[in-house]
Design a protein around this ligand. Structure first.
Ligand code: FAD
Length: 290
């Protein structure tokens, strides 16, 4: 069982717990992005089992008519084993997701995001996105990282494709030759990339950030260009702001919460605590009820 201190950041160990969490978010106008925790599998059976779990999940999302999508990691569904394992498992998930009608509409199915891992996986992940975004007419999204120097150029390639792109600052400690190391430089790159996306993307922009300055900038860019956009934040981080954004009539954006779940919760929780002291205090306050 997940201890109360971790349950601010992780919805539970089972899909049932994660789906119940989505239900409660949907009631407050926030959509869900479900992520089964797990990465860097070296056995085919483990990667295939998580792909199977995602297939069950997209079916459950459709059955319950939830406003939710899924987000998968390449190394969770076979990339460390080989390109073929990754391709096969991703194709199975995307196919199942496209066969399931999405929440309350007659559109094509449940949306599938592909998270971005370290720089050695960027090319293969973008190639996979291109293949599936084209084949599904845009029912797939990919994450790109503003801390990588290559990202601004990658966006030019992505602008011509259907599908959505999530811009984040980047969670991996990358070599200095290929990445920006200073926070101010990463923020500058985030702004440049965001400005380009609002100018050049038709299918919408996903702002994957808790940073109030970036969210405000996205609002300004939307007013200027009219490009549809969504804001995505993690479960347990600035949740009050998530609900406020969703309820704000002046904010013309969908709000999504990224919801991790599953038995491999410990390392994810530990990362959240390590990256920010306030997360630890927040988790602790929730436990002692103050
Ligand atoms: P930061 O630059 O960390 O902080 C900026 C400001 O935001 C802070 O000054 C503060 O005002 C506010 N803030 C940030 N965190 C908190 C907090 N805990 N509590 C209160 N205020 C806070 N990274 C990847 O490399 N690959 C991925 O696929 C990926 N997917 C993601 C999906 C989502 C939905 C999100 C939200 C992030 C994802 N990330 C991913 C992580 C991302 O790269 C960053 O590491 C992470 O979001 C921190 O950067 P930030 O923009 O939120 O703000």
């Amino acid at each position: 069982m997940i201890p109360p201190i971790a349950s601010n950041f992780v919805a539970g160990e089972t899909p049932e717990a994660a789906l119940a969490h989505v239900e409660s978010l949907n009631e407050r106008g926030v959509a869900g992005i479900l992520n089964l925790l797990g990465e860097h599998y070296e056995e085919r059976s483990a990667a295939a089992a998580d792909a199977d779990a995602y297939i069950d999940l997209v079916e459950a999302i459709a059955d319950r008519n939830l406003d939710a999508c899924v987000s998968v990691k390449s190394s969770q569904i076979g990339l460390d084993i080989g390109d073929d394992a990754f391709r096969e498992n991703l194709a199975r998930i995307v196919e199942a997701a496209n066969g399931s009608p999405a929440a309350g509409s007659d559109d094509t199915g449940t949306f599938v995001w592909i998270d971005m891992e370290d720089h050695e996986t960027t090319d293969v992940t973008l190639d996979a996105f291109e293949r599936h975004a084209t084949a599904t007419d845009g029912n797939v999204g990919v994450c790109v990282q503003a801390n990588l120097k290559r990202t601004r150029e990658d966006l030019e390639r992505l602008a011509d494709l259907p599908g959505k792109v999530r811009l984040v600052k980047g969670a991996y400690d990358e070599p200095a030759e290929i990445s920006y190391k200073k926070k101010a430089r990463v923020d500058e790159s985030y702004r440049d990339c965001l400005a380009y996306m609002f100018e050049a993307f038709d299918d919408g922009v996903a702002v994957g950030s808790h940073d109030p300055a970036m969210i405000e900038y996205a609002k300004e860019l939307h007013a200027e260009h009219g490009t549809p956009y969504e804001v995505q934040m993690l479960m347990g981080v600035r949740e009050t702001e998530q609900f406020d954004l969703a309820a704000d009539p002046d904010v013309d954006a969908d709000v999504y919460q990224y919801i991790p779940y599953g038995s491999k919760w410990f390392s994810y929780f530990y990362r959240r605590i390590r990256e920010r002291k306030s997360n630890a205090l927040f988790a602790l306050r929730a436990v002692v009820g103050r």
